[in-house]
Design a binder for this molecule. Structure first.
Ligand code: NAP
Ligand code: FE
Length: 370
């Protein structure tokens, strides 16, 4: 047996963990820029609790609350400038994956005045500022990954930057912040987490240790997706979702993602589907493709989900996800296939998909006629 594993992030999980462990923030410096979205962190209490904790530790705080969903480069450059102007020592990301990823890019740009091309090519020389992550969705696992996913208009897609120094230094996971997360966001993000565990489990970079994390996360998510009541999700269930998403993040931090994410990105970029939903609509067909080369692995996923076969997995997903009525034109399908084939995560699949395989996934997912 041989494998590498890293998770340099210190994780604090549980109710009021920001308050309980605020002294950990003091070691990171005297000035913090909080990077967050337009409104949710203000409503769910996370922003106020983090601001209070920082202030109590004698840390000067400024807030940059301009992060949109699927953050673009213009936003993170504005955030980087704010961080430079205030002389920030560290960056605190609060929100879903969008603000957490934006915080990581801001941490790079705060100390590196580089072009967009150089940012995406990781041509920067100064180490990014430390990042603190407070997730308020349960899906991306960004609080424990070394990735920042950004929307890049000149490439007409989403692209990631990855680096050892992009792992957050600290992560605070408190299920209370998710209590009022809308049902659609809850489900879409849970399916994003599921896609991380599923891809991580089937990818050729899987290890015995990531398998352990992935299967536990798939089991939890399989049970929750079948039993959650849209009108009444308990704090305990919110914590389970957050925990499963964190485990899935630890998986992709080692294994990276695969064909589901590669094809999901154009669905988000060109058609505006939320990230988790984009992955969810193509998950069953992608599993059918992966079963050609890794039938045993796919069967283990099916079993961990508490299902007996792939059609049953498809039914669970269709039942829980918002409906998607989307038919790509032949031109669009061709563009999506070519964008997907350029994604670097395809190298992680048990068998690299060819263009016909991507077409087949789109067709089997009811997104394209052919
Ligand atoms: P998101 O884009 O961060 O947020 C979606 C929506 O949910 C926003 O409208 C946000 O409002 C709202 N929201 C967030 N927390 C809430 C709460 N507690 N209560 C009520 N509303 C809340 O969604 P996401 O799915 O978490 O993140 C998606 C992004 O993460 C994508 O760009 C994806 O590519 C990326 N991602 C990153 C990784 C990684 O490893 N780094 C992995 C997978 C995906 P506000 O705007 O007001 O905050
Ligand atoms: Fe994802």
């Amino acid at each position: 047996m041989q494998f590498n594993f890293r998770c340099p992030t210190r994780i604090f999980f549980g109710q009021k963990c920001v308050d309980k462990y605020s002294s950990e923030l003091a070691a990171l410096g005297k000035k913090a820029l909080i990077v967050t979205g337009g409104s949710s962190s203000e409503k769910n209490g996370s922003l106020a609790e983090m601001t209070a904790a920082l202030t109590r530790e004698g840390i000067q705080v400024e807030i940059f609350n301009e992060v949109e969903q699927n953050p673009g480069l213009a936003t993170v450059y504005r955030g980087g400038q704010r961080a430079r102007e205030m002389g920030a020592d560290f960056i605190v990301g609060i929100g879903g994956g969008s603000p957490l990823d934006a915080a990581k890019a801001v941490a790079v740009l705060a100390v590196n005045e580089v072009s967009q091309q150089d940012l995406m090519a990781k041509k920067w020389s100064n180490e990014p500022l430390p990042v603190v992550a407070v997730p308020t969705t349960a899906g991306t696992g960004s609080e424990v990954t070394p990735y920042a996913i950004l929307t890049v208009d000149w490439a007409e897609t989403k692209m990631s930057i990855a680096g050892e120094k992009l792992f957050p230094a600290l992560a605070f996971l408190d299920g209370r912040y998710l209590l009022n997360l809308p049902w659609a966001v809850t489900v879409n993000t849970a399916v994003d987490a599921l896609s991380h565990s599923v891809e991580g489990f089937i990818n050729n970079r899987a290890t015995p240790f990531t398998d352990l994390l992935a299967l536990e996360s798939i089991r939890l998510l399989g049970r929750l997706l079948k039993t959650l009541n849209p009108d009444n999700i308990s704090l305990e269930e919110r914590e389970e979702l957050l925990y499963a998403s964190m485990l899935a993040g630890m998986v992709i931090a080692q294994t990276a993602t695969g064909v589901i994410h590669a094809l999901g990105y154009p669905l988000t970029y060109f058609k505006g589907l939320p990230h988790g939903l984009a992955n969810g609509v193509i998950m069953k067909a992608s599993l059918e493709f992966m079963a050609q080369d890794a039938p045993d692995r796919v069967q283990q996923v099916v079993k961990a989900l508490g299902c007996t076969n792939l059609p049953e997995v498809g039914e669970v997903l269709t039942k829980v996800l918002p409906p998607v009525n989307l038919k790509l034109t032949a031109e669009e399908a061709a563009k999506f296939v070519s964008k997907t084939l350029q994604a670097k995560n395809l190298a992680n699949c048990p068998q690299r998909p060819a263009d016909k395989d991507i077409y087949e996934i789109l067709k089997a997912s009811n997104l394209a006629r052919m």
